[in-house]
Design a protein around this ligand. Structure first.
Ligand SMILES: Cc1cc2nc3c(=O)[nH]c(=O)nc-3n(C[C@H](O)[C@H](O)[C@H](O)COP(=O)(O)OP(=O)(O)OC[C@H]3O[C@@H](n4cnc5c(N)ncnc54)[C@H](O)[C@@H]3O)c2cc1C
Length: 192
């Protein structure tokens, strides 16, 4: 059983996975790789003064998440079964993966949320027909199911969806641990 399954591996999902895995949560990302970001040329993301293509950003996100300890499964989640102590994600090939919590970072593809009884609503940004109706902390109306990124209606900009994935992951980590989570590394003083 995983501590956290993240459905969707765009900027929001990869960023959430980095925080969750670094916090020691057993983390699985399941991604069908049909996201918005694959089609973008991104010139407004902090840290890339010369711009970065969407595909590069997605690939760097996956590499960073895996290096942080997250597992990554290529595939499409077709159903979420909620009950008992957690959630089961079922993929199109019939694989079943269980977790204490599931985070939906599914961009504009909200079908799997709706099939699990997760409430959706019209998106507030142009060309976003549907998003998850999430609470400010990322929780949805279904226990153990959270949402972030474009799916959480925060924005259609990579810097914000990535940040929102991290924000909601911190909320999940904090809820599982019962104390507020902070992930800081400190620059070591030069020796010699
Ligand atoms: C043409 C274009 C240009 C853009 N240009 C810019 C720009 O210049 N600057 C900028 O900041 N933003 C830009 N964006 C927007 C930006 O790419 C997105 O708004 C943002 O990155 C979305 O991040 P996300 O992680 O929330 O969703 P996405 O990147 O859409 O990722 C969602 C992921 O979830 C997966 N998924 C969905 N459902 C399932 C499922 N059931 N099972 C498994 N996986 C699933 C998808 O396949 C996808 O990989 C552009 C978008 C487009 C389309």
């Amino acid at each position: 059983m995983y501590d956290l399954i993240i459905v969707g591996g765009g900027p929001a999902g990869a960023s959430a996975a980095i925080f969750a895995a670094r916090a020691g949560l057993r983390t699985l990302v399941i991604d069908e790789d049909k996201g918005f970001t694959r089609r973008a040329m991104v010139n407004n993301h902090l840290g890339f003064p010369d711009g970065i293509t969407g595909p590069e950003l997605v690939e760097l996100g996956r590499r960073h998440a895996e290096r942080s300890g997250a597992e990554w499964l290529e595939g499409s989640v077709t159903a979420l079964e909620v009950g008992g102590e957690g959630v089961t994600a079922v993929t199109e090939d019939g694989q079943r993966q269980e977790a204490r919590d599931v985070l939906l970072t599914i961009g504009v593809r909200t079908a799997v949320a709706e099939s699990a009884g997760v409430r959706t609503k019209p998106g507030s940004e142009p060309r976003i027909p549907s998003v998850v109706d999430a609470q400010p902390d990322g929780r949805t109306n279904v226990d153990h199911v959270w949402a972030a990124g474009t799916a959480g209606d925060v924005s259609v900009h990579t810097i914000i969806t990535a940040g929102d994935g991290a924000r909601v992951a911190i909320n999940i980590i904090s809820a599982q641990r019962g104390e507020r989570h902070v992930d800081h590394d400190v620059l070591q003083a030069p020796t010699g």
